[in-house]
Design a protein around this ligand. Structure first.
Ligand SMILES: [Zn+2]
Ligand SMILES: [Zn+2]
Length: 231
């Protein structure tokens, strides 16, 4: 069994900023400041990337990237390493998928897949460097899709029942990469669900590699949790 020695870096895998995520309250700089104050070393911005974005901007990809670029500048200032992520949704249903190992070019390409759905996405992006993890697969209205790389087994959003225990059993049964995240939207909820690692990934691609390695622990509500799975 692993122990917590050496897992000294704290990383957030699931956080939203306003205005790109309409459901979030806090603009990019404020989110980074809160995470810096919480002692977090790496922060992933996973704004909603879905069909609802299209009527809100002439160039949806540029609009999407604006929040991240502002956050990255603030991260440089405050010493928080920023990672580009996304919470992707297609037209077919209300499922959400967290994606890591991406860049602005991926954001631009994926917009064309909104109408095509997850199966087509998985076919075309399977050999890509990106990693796709189903967010909170057992929240109301979600349909678990075991063909993804992983499942968010601890979604710490205080205003939703994500049925984390069931999600954890499900991830083990399908040998899915287990992920934890805060799903940060509102002040006071920052850093509730973190990942602990031995090294701090350089960028979003390195973050995807870390998740593939499965060499990390969770920090949930300030308590270390050691994930175990069948080898
Ligand atoms: Zn949201
Ligand atoms: Zn979210």
């Amino acid at each position: 069994m692993k122990n917590a020695t050496g897992y000294k870096y704290k990383i957030e895998l699931h956080a939203h900023t306003s205005p790109v995520s309409e459901c979030a309250d806090i603009p990019p700089r404020g989110v980074v400041r809160r995470y810096a104050d919480a002692g977090v070393h790496g922060l992933t911005i996973t704004n909603h990337l879905w069909p609802g974005l299209l009527p809100r901007a002439r160039d949806a990809a540029e609009f999407y990237m604006d929040d991240f670029q502002t956050a990255r500048e603030e991260g440089r200032r405050l010493g928080v390493r920023m990672y580009l992520g996304a919470e992707l949704r297609f037209e077919e249903n209300a499922n959400d998928y967290l994606v890591y190992g991406i860049d602005g070019d991926w954001v631009r390409r994926v917009i064309d897949y909104f109408s095509l759905g997850i199966e087509r996405y998985l076919r075309d992006f399977r050999n890509d460097q990106s990693l796709i993890i189903q967010a909170h697969p057992f929240r109301n209205g979600m349909i678990p899709v075991p063909g993804t790389d992983g499942a968010e087994i601890f979604n710490m959003h205080p205003n939703h029942n994500s049925r984390n225990g069931i999600a954890s059993v499900y991830a083990n049964a399908h040998n899915l990469i287990p992920a934890a995240g805060t799903d940060f939207h509102h002040a006071g909820h920052e850093a509730l669900g973190l990942t602990l690692s031995k090294s701090l990934p350089v960028d979003s691609f390195g973050l995807a590699d870390l998740l593939r390695s499965r060499d990390y622990l969770f920090l949930l509500g300030g308590r270390v949790m050691i994930p175990e799975w069948k080898e």
